[in-house]
Design a protein around this ligand. Sequence first.
Ligand SMILES: [Zn+2]
Length: 354
Amino acid sequence: MKPFAVLAALCLGWAGAQSAAPGVLTIRFLDVGQGDAVLITSPEGKSVMYDGGRSESRMRELIRQYDIKNVALVVASHADSDHITGLVPVVALNRPQLFLNNGRAGTTQIWNRLTNVLSQAGTKGMVAANQNINLGSVKLTVLAPPAGMNDQNTNSVGLLVQYGTFRALMTGDSETPETAGWLRQYPASALGPIDVYKSIHHGAANGDSAAWLKVVRPKNVVIGVGPNNYGHPTARALSLYQAAGAAVYRTDLNGTVTVQVQPGGQYSITSEKGALPVNPAQSRPTPAVPVVPPAPAPVPSPTPVPASAAPRPPADVYYPNCAAVKAAGKSPLLRGQPGYRAGLDRDGDGRACE
Ligand SMILES: [Zn+2]
């Protein structure tokens, strides 16, 4: 199917109200345990489900919890069960118009089950081919697997989401041969910097690499991970994210992680369990930022950090109050940014000194 035909298809059949806030793009990294599922809802109420996690029953819970509806496009990054199983109820309930995939049939029962449900729903298949798709006012760019990849992981379908200046990127369970192919294929400016980035392959050791992250330059990383026997997320991946200076969210510690993006591209990140990100973004002091000496009194911390979260490194920037934040031109201060603390965020929405 050609890109223009895809656009036409996506513009058809949209009906009904969606619970999206006006003008706001919402991306939810759903807590599906060990696996990936990302729901992208445009300001116009159009939704895409990128992967669905490993459990149909868990996805049905999430569909109820987040009132997931009007999903017109489902994407399987690849055919592994921890990515496609939860797509079954999403397809059955939403009857999406399109199913974007890597064109390589799975060999599992759940693949057969998904293809049966897709055909019952009248959903058309679409093979990844570097298409651009307009999801309302949100631009989606499909990163097709480069030629010559030979298994499911290295044939993962990537998706770049752009809204204003905001960019998010997810690339399934890619491995180094695939990301190296993309590095050859795309200019660095097309791949980074990325505001919110999905950790490759649940933080596996063969997913993200220093060469790839040097170009992607993620500011925030979300790892879709739950109890597992693979050692995910690995120390190697976590240290790569730390070296990149990214704040790290994990669905096993933070629950579902929600990103809300304003029309200009300003964004906030909140998490279901309210836990702070592991390794919050390190500040890089510049002359423009007044570094206020540490306050003599202990800073009240109304938001307890769960024992499961790693301790926060000391912030290099401390703002005693919102007047100082505004004077520094940093208002609103988003969770994860240098100087953010719960004491400045009275309504706890991840945006301090609004
Ligand atoms: Zn996986």
